[in-house]
Design a protein around this ligand. Structure first.
Ligand SMILES: Nc1ncnc2c1ncn2[C@@H]1O[C@H](COP(=O)(O)OP(=O)(O)O)[C@@H](O)[C@H]1O
Ligand SMILES: [Mg+2]
Length: 360
């Protein structure tokens, strides 16, 4: 069993900067957990504390039943894969992968069989005699992953391992790492700033901002039930749209009214009722609003049209706000067209203007 637990883990760097604040998380045995958030939010710091490469300022870290808070990295039974691969340039791929095993004085034949098996899993058997500089970025990344696999660690830690690869290779490697996780059935913690990577790879996702955990949930829970405006806007691409308006009651019916905004609600969610006449932030996803050339609740002007093939993203100006909708790829919409938007009332998200917390 290799669950990983962080109990009130805080990191204050020597200059006094608080990079991680009271982090609490439980990563289950064999789970693929992704830490995601904008650059500088404390993802690498968190991962490096789990690895033992960074001391914790307070709190405890457990791997399985062991409190590893004060253990050296080599005693934690983890393997880490870095963005820059960190391969030894003067060694062949074979020796790079064998290095940690040699240090442990494993028998030569055993080392050989472990390296070959990992190379087979990753499809890099033919590269084992080469030096890192004779490899492409994707091949180097596979060697770096292979070096982690041979050690058969309890926990794999990945810090933005795909960020140096071109877009196409990134998508391919993403699938390979997911496949690897299914095959090895080990616990993996994966750091990325890319919400698409997080959504596609994670069993669950930890969303971080400014050293604080915002929400820990499955990809679809995050997408459909974000706890605050930050998570709502960070998860999803194109991102959620936000407009401002007041919840009002007119002729017995509820609606949201703001500048250039008038959205009737079939029924107001219970939690909203206490917000009557308050100004709110209203969110809706690009796929949750219909585009209508004739009439609708939000008057809009087409700003940019982005055909993706199967669908098209239309960026619009609504009053002061920018709003994006996804429409079928054959939709006939042109720059500067006047159109109307009709958000689906049961797909709206409401956020407190001051705290940003979701009103549910
Ligand atoms: N050694 C350090 N000393 C002081 N501040 C640091 C140090 N390392 C990182 N930081 C700061 O801590 C914050 C979190 O860094 P990091 O965990 O690397 O973020 P992320 O991986 O999410 O981009 C950043 O603001 C960064 O500048
Ligand atoms: Mg980082």
């Amino acid at each position: 069993m290799a669950e990983v637990r962080l109990k009130d883990v805080t990191k204050i760097y020597e200059n006094g900067f608080k990079a991680v604040k009271n982090a609490v998380m439980e990563i289950h045995d064999r789970e693929f957990m992704v830490l995601v958030g904008p650059s500088g939010c404390g993802k690498s710091t968190t991962l490096r504390m789990v690895a033992g490469l960074e001391d914790v300022s307070s709190g405890r870290i457990f791997i399985g039943d062991r409190d590893v808070t004060n253990l050296a990295p080599k005693d934690r039974d983890i393997a880490m894969v870095f963005q820059n691969y960190a391969l030894y340039p003067h060694m062949t791929c074979f020796d790079n992968m064998a290095f940690a095993l040699k240090i442990r004085r494993m028998a030569r034949s055993e080392i050989e069989s472990k390296v070959l098996e990992s190379a087979r899993i990753l499809g890099i058997e033919a590269l084992l005699d080469r030096k890192p500089r004779q490899l492409s970025g994707g091949q180097r990344q596979r060697v770096a992953v292979g070096r982690a696999i041979v050690r058969n660690p309890k926990v794999f830690l990945f810090d933005e391992p795909l960020s140096n690869l071109d877009a196409k290779l990134r998508v391919q490697m993403r699938a390979e790492i997911s496949r690897l996780h299914n095959r090895l059935e080990s616990t993996m913690i994966y750091v990325t700033h890319d919400q698409t990577e997080a959504m596609t790879m994670g069993d669950r996702i930890v969303v971080m901002l400014d050293g604080d955990i915002q929400q820990i949930d499955t990809p679809l829970r995050l997408y459909h039930h974000p706890v605050n405006r930050f998570v709502a806007g960070f998860i999803g691409s194109p991102p959620m749209n936000f407009v401002r308006g007041r919840l009002i009651k007119a002729d017995g019916a509820y609606l949201i009214r703001g500048e250039g905004v008038e959205i009737p609600l079939n029924e107001a969610p219970k939690a909203l009722l206490s917000q009557l006449d308050q100004e709110l932030e209203v969110g809706f996803r690009p796929e949750s609003a219909a585009l209508d050339p004739q009439s609708g609740e939000l008057a809009a002007r087409v700003d940019v049209v982005e055909p993706m093939g199967a669908e098209t993203y239309i960026h619009l100006k609504v009053a002061g706000a920018s709003v994006t909708v996804r429409v079928p790829g054959d939709a006939q919409v042109r720059y500067d067209d006047r159109v109307y938007l009709r958000p689906q009332p049961d797909r709206l998200h409401f956020f407190d203007l001051e705290t940003g917390m979701a009103i549910v």
